[in-house]
Design a binder for this molecule. Structure first.
Ligand code: PMP
Length: 421
């Protein structure tokens, strides 16, 4: 096997929708923030497998915990019998979730399916069917999660109808301020969208796939107030940014509000597939069995991986690491910005930064420059991708070494230097 023939055979054997634009590279192994491809080339990972490898690659402790569990019992479906790890993980997740009210967890196998569980719970608990989410948001690829997403035409083409009664509103951006966004919803509430028929407002506290956009906290707080006023549930999609990525267990904690339901996935299973919904007991208990049960959800071994993952995060104080390393990286980008006028806004919490690449003469996005910079980084050994055409996505594993950050940023600076010449 080598990079080339893996790519060639993948094109032949894996459906087109799962073909990867970044190939022809296939990774063979990894350690921490470092990856090696099948041709032996080394890379620094600024993507963390799309935030699913918060503790880096090849984590030995998680691997040992997984092996020990698999040697005893890989799993038994909790559709019929208990094993201990799902219960232990549920207790742990409820204890780290914000707020003091007693909570429960509902497991799925992916983030998308956990988002579906949130929609089911919100509809069943409120007895209402309308849902609000934001234009440009991505919440997942199953029918429910996709229906509340509004990011990509390709994701929605030829597969309809999606689930009905979903209303999309603007997310605050430079062009659309937060007051206008709230007014838009209030306007809808007075003219065509009865608020007493709305089950939930679904947000990502930081709009990741839109370009890691951070909304003003007034927007989130106003949404919270609207939800309280009309007894609508506020659902926070924490799939990408929970588990220390922003320097908090949950990204919502950066905005001084509590959501009613927290949707988790990605890094939760320590790299293995797992999704979860966390919320107040009375909410989570409103579905009767087996309304959201999968044979492999709450998988015994995956729950062991998730427990070990959280145990390590607590032990190394991953929130603190995330903030310290995030600030270190942010400073490095601010220094680069002084040299290169095509670097625009730099924003983020913890080890999740968005860095805009702009056309200096117009101040607008520069997709061409962005893709050139990312591709050149990739060729030289830095995994760096962009969001929304021109935002660099900076989300390395939380365990990245400072020396690796320095090396990656030197590499990036060389690329920018060459680009500007
Ligand atoms: N919500 C957000 C914010 C995400 O980033 C993603 C994954 N990119 C999802 C939902 C879907 O999660 P999954 O791919 O695990 O189903």
């Amino acid at each position: 096997l080598n990079n080339y023939n893996i790519q060639k055979r993948a094109v032949d054997s894996i459906a087109k929708t799962q073909q990867i634009p970044y190939s022809p590279v296939a990774f063979e192994k990894g350690e921490g923030a470092i990856l090696f491809d099948f041709d032996g080339k080394r890379y620094i990972d600024f993507l963390s497998s799309a935030c699913s490898a918060n503790l880096g690659h090849g984590n030995k402790e998680i691997a040992q915990a997984v092996k020990a569990q698999m040697d005893k019992l890989t799993q038994y479906t909790f559709a019929y019998f208990n094993t201990a790890p799902p219960m232990q993980l549920a207790e742990k997740l409820c204890s780290i979730a914000p707020g003091n009210s007693p909570k429960k967890a509902l497991f799925s196998c992916t983030g998308s399916a956990a988002m579906d569980s949130a929609i089911k719970v919100a509809r069943a608990y409120t007895g209402r069917n309308k849902l609000i989410s934001m234009e440009g948001a991505y919440h997942g690829s199953t029918y429910g999660a996709l229906s509340v997403s509004a990011l990509s035409l390709n994701m929605r083409r030829h597969i309809g109808p999606l689930i009905p009664e979903v209303y999309h509103f603007h997310y605050p951006t430079d062009e659309y301020n937060w007051e206008k966004c709230i007014e838009e919803i209030e306007h809808a509430f007075s003219y065509y969208l009865p608020p007493d028929e709305v089950a939930a407002i679904i947000i990502e506290p930081i709009a990741a796939d839109m370009g890691l956009i951070i909304p003003p906290e007034e927007w989130i707080q106003s949404l919270r107030k609207l939800c309280d006023k009309y007894k609508i549930l506020l659902i926070s999609d924490e799939i990408q940014l929970a588990l220390c990525r922003t320097g908090k267990w949950f990204a919502t904690e950066n905005f001084g509000i509590e959501a009613d339901l927290y949707v988790m996935g990605k890094a939760l299973g320590g790299g293995l597939p797992l999704g979860a919904l966390i919320g107040k007991k009375e909410l989570l208990d409103c579905l009767e069995p087996p309304a959201h049960t999968f044979t492999l959800s709450g998988n015994t071994t995956v729950c062991v991986a998730a427990l070990k993952n959280i145990e390590i995060m607590e032990r190394i104080d991953a929130n603190k690491l995330s903030i310290e390393k995030g600030n270190y990286l942010k400073d490095k980008f601010l220094k680069l910005k002084k040299k290169y006028d095509f670097i625009g806004d730099i924003r983020g919490f913890g080890l999740s930064l968005g860095v805009d690449i702009i056309n200096p003469s117009t101040g607008k996005k520069d997709p061409k420059a962005t893709s050139k910079i990312c591709y050149e980084c990739f060729k030289r050994g830095l995994i760096l991708i962009f969001l929304n055409k021109s935002t660099l996505r900076i989300q390395p594993p939380l365990v990245i070494e400072y020396a690796e950050i320095d090396e990656a940023m030197d590499l990036l600076e060389n690329v920018m230097q060459d680009y500007s010449n």
